[in-house]
Design a protein around this ligand. Structure first.
Ligand SMILES: [Mg+2]
Length: 312
């Protein structure tokens, strides 16, 4: 059930009793994926029914994820396989949004991208007409002098860093060599430092790779993913949604809830993923204006708590 966290001076409230009013106050809901609608390859119990009922009630639903390992099509296939009524154009992942960012914000025309990332990212870049190089293993050869003189593609105008399970010293070095050219653009998908797994386990996230490249290059990347407002801008520009009538639903305070705060959306924390109500209360009591952006308006134990209001 859901309760409201209604702002810096009030405590967060569980949403159950307020749910009908909150649902009436929004036309559009944005859901983070991991820890919200699924964990790994399993749907959160009740989540498909919630999403499908929201749509039957006429709500617009979007899926907004910092994970760069899949294309929109791959996410749509996964959603459908798990029982969600979802279409490709409702998915906004960082593989797709990074391609859009390079094209629309950076105005990358005709140049190539050196990609530290996945095949999914290369597909999304090529779908918007941007050529890339770099996907796959890049093993080290020779000595340090050879590394410094590594062959570079003269058409590369930007370095893009996302999740790359082939990340290596040579990729770090190659990104560094491109970024010593001051006019080379530098973009990262997101700064999440950990990918949470089942049973409290985790693995290093894209933020670790991005920080390695930033440290080497002594430059800071522009990042596309939550909490940067760009992902919401993509949704808003394509679907014309009113921020004041949107609810952002997420399990992380520093990405999901902060995105909602940055964009003027209502925010709902769900407790099936990374953060707890106690985490939010620490931000609330911190006295820091910036950290209030990580205090959600409402919280629920699980998005399955939305079911009774939708079935009623
Ligand atoms: Mg999440």
């Amino acid at each position: 059930m859901a309760a409201p966290l209604t702002g810096p001076s009030q405590s967060m409230r569980r949403l159950r009793a307020l749910l009908p009013q909150v649902l009436d106050s929004v036309d559009c809901l944005l859901f983070d994926c991991d820890g919200v609608i699924w964990r790994g390859d399993e749907a959160i119990p009740g989540a498909p029914q919630v999403i499908n009922l929201l749509k039957e009630r006429g709500k617009r639903v979007f899926f907004v994820t910092n994970n760069s390992s899949k294309t929109r099509k791959m996410y749509a296939d996964k959603l459908q396989a798990l029982g969600f009524n979802a279409k490709e154009d409702e998915v906004f992942g960082t593989a797709y949004c990074s391609a859009m960012y390079l094209k629309t914000v950076c105005g990358l025309q005709g140049g190539k991208v050196y990609l530290v990332g996945s095949n999914a990212m290369s597909q999304e870049l090529e779908a918007v007409g941007i050529q890339q190089t770099g996907v796959g293993p890049d093993h080290i050869h020779g000595k340090q002098g050879d590394w410094a003189a590594v062959e570079l593609d003269p058409d590369v105008k930007a370095v893009l860093v996302g999740f790359d399970d082939h990340f290596s010293y040579m990729k770090l070095n190659r990104a560094f060599q491109y970024l010593t050219q001051r006019d080379c653009l530098f973009v990262g998908t997101n700064r999440d430092t950990r990918l949470p797994l089942e049973a409290g386990k985790a693995v290093p996230g894209t933020g670790c790779l991005l920080q390695a490249v930033e440290t080497a290059a002594q430059r800071q990347a522009q990042t596309v993913g939550k909490p940067n407002h760009f992902m919401f801008d993509c949704v808003a520009s394509q679907f014309g949604v009113d921020p004041s009538r949107c609810l952002m639903v997420g399990d992380r305070l520093d990405t999901d809830i902060m995105l909602g705060s940055n964009c003027g959306l209502k925010t709902l924390l769900t407790l099936t993923g990374v953060n707890t109500v106690a985490d939010a209360e620490v931000h609330q009591k911190s006295g820091s204006a910036e950290r209030q952006g990580m205090v959600p308006d409402y919280y629920v134990e699980s998005i399955a708590d939305l079911l009774p209001a939708l079935q009623g």
